[in-house]
Design a protein around this ligand. Structure first.
Ligand code: 5GP
Length: 217
């Protein structure tokens, strides 16, 4: 995606005070600011769905990258379904799930484990895949996943990531669809976790030092 088409929230002015929105009291000390309020996430997904449908020539196999991508996947699929029903578009969908792990606390382990069996993926031959991911940080996970998917000979593979982190550690990978470019900080909420916590927070927030310590393993 051309950088002019995504929303850049890397400047300090995008950090909302915790007083401006409602967050669960059990996370009050664990996040330092709200980066993307839930309502803006939902409005942006409506637009991404429209772009995806406009670019789709036929049936789509939408693959959710678990666990962090599940909320974005669910909301994006709902919006694509609305394009089919309300806007009269016709993009038949099938849904698949891929589990990927690479992080310990807020640090990439460098090794990426991808749970995919040949049996599960044999139907992907000659299909158009849309991979739905929560965040691209270094880009290593996505590059490894895309390499693995080529084994199954899909007709095409496109990637939608809600977030793209602006970091010097990036390998340069840029997805086909990006919701927001975010600063080089560890974010949680909207199903993005820190050691399985914060998935129950609706807004995308920046974790605080208190939060990192409270939930470290
Ligand atoms: P990458 O391989 O691009 O460095 O990292 C991709 C994966 O790392 C994401 O799918 C996500 O699970 C995790 N990750 C990277 N940055 C963040 C972050 O800021 N917050 C959370 N919660 N997960 C992240």
């Amino acid at each position: 995606m051309d950088p002019s088409k995504w929303i850049d929230v890397t400047s300090e002015s995008f950090k909302y005070s915790l007083d401006h929105f409602v967050i669960p009291s059990h996370y009050q000390k664990d996040v330092s600011s709200i980066l993307i309020p839930h309502g803006i996430i939902m409005d942006r997904i409506e637009k991404l769905a429209k772009l995806i449908v406009e670019d789709s020539k036929g049936p789509l196999v939408i693959c959710c990258v678990l666990k962090g991508g599940h909320q974005f996947f669910a909301d994006l699929v709902n919006e694509i379904k609305k394009c089919n029903t309300v806007l009269g578009q016709s993009v038949p969908l099938s849904l698949e799930f891929i589990k990927v792990r690479s992080y310990h606390n807020d640090v990439s382990t460098g090794t990426v484990s991808i749970s995919l069996t040949d049996e599960e993926c044999q139907d992907w031959k000659n299909k158009n895949l849309l991979i739905v991911e929560d965040i691209i940080d270094t880009g290593n996970t996505m590059v490894k996943l895309l390499h693995k998917l080529q084994e199954f000979q899909p007709a095409s593979v496109r990637v939608a990531s809600l977030l793209l982190k602006k970091t010097p550690k990036s390998n340069g990978y840029v997805p086909n669809y990006v919701g927001f470019a975010i600063p080089d900080e560890f974010v949680v909420g909207y199903a993005l976790d820190y050691n399985e916590y914060f998935r129950d927070l609706d807004h995308i927030c920046i974790i605080s030092e208190h939060g990192k310590e409270a939930y470290a393993i």
